[in-house]
Design a protein around this ligand. Structure first.
Ligand code: UDP
Length: 236
């Protein structure tokens, strides 16, 4: 498969065309941003870790029946994925209160939620990714009600699978963000990444952050924490 011209450069990844029109190549960068781009920096080695961790988790989810965009890992930072049109929503799944939910509802971080919370944000940098509900989503046509039902069902299932899987390596899954796309047949599949950039991972015993909150909050130790996640998941 040939790497052709760059189509897009995001905050953490670049996307390239390939000689197969249905396959794109994703190249993970070490660049890190927080607060909708207000804070910028680098986390050394992050691109390699996020690429490998995402692929590991996507392969595991595929085996358990979740359709994903994953095709093939090409190198430490490069992966082939199915071309999709991204549904312009960030799906946030929460098991424990943290971050913006803690602020909004006045729940101390670490408060176990009585049931899983699903939230949707409309992907629009200029608007700051506003939170929307199912009515807004239908009204603006971001997804059809049928698509949203599929997205919600997959998201809850992914949460169950990941929560169990991570518990075995001593990681508590606090919350995470997913993105979905439509493949060439219009089918909804999981896209984007699942990594310490997009999930809150806490050590089960110490509750130490093993994720991007270390960078967002200037706590330090993010390079080591990302390495620790890869070590626990991939053994290296
Ligand atoms: N998240 C993300 N990208 C975003 C916003 C949130 O990956 O643009 C993830 C974040 O890592 C966390 C979860 O979604 O695991 C919930 O984030 P929250 O809404 O609490 O926002 P934050 O406190 O990060 O601003």
């Amino acid at each position: 498969m040939e790497k052709l011209e760059q189509l897009y450069e995001g905050k953490a990844k670049k996307v390239f065309r390939t000689d197969d029109p249905d396959v794109y190549l994703v190249d993970y960068k070490d660049d890190a941003t927080a607060g909708n781009g207000a804070k910028k920096g680098t986390i050394r080695g992050k691109g390699v870790i996020n690429n490998r961790v995402t692929n590991h988790l996507m392969r595991m989810l595929e085996e358990k029946g979740i359709p994903t965009h994953y095709v093939k890992e090409l190198s430490e930072r490069e992966t082939l994925v199915k071309r999709v049109t991204i549904v312009p929503l960030e799906v946030i799944v929460r098991n424990v209160a943290a971050g913006s939910l803690s602020k909004r509802l006045g729940l101390p971080e670490g408060t176990k939620l009585k049931s899983t919370v699903l939230e949707y944000c409309y992907k629009d940098d200029a608007l700051g990714d506003p939170m929307v509900n199912e009515y807004h989503i239908a009204a603006i046509g971001a997804a059809t009600p049928e698509e949203l039902k599929t997205i919600a069902d997959y998201s809850m299932k992914i949460n169950e699978i990941l929560t169990e899987y991570l518990k075995d390596v001593g990681i508590e899954l606090i919350d995470f963000k997913l993105e979905f796309g439509r493949d060439k047949d219009g089918k909804i599949i999981l896209a984007d990444e699942i990594s310490p950039d997009t999930c809150r991972f806490w050590d089960v015993k110490t509750h130490a952050h093993l994720d991007k909150d270390l960078f967002r909050r200037d706590l330090g130790g993010e390079e080591e924490a990302y390495k620790e996640v890869m070590k626990r998941l991939l053994g290296e």
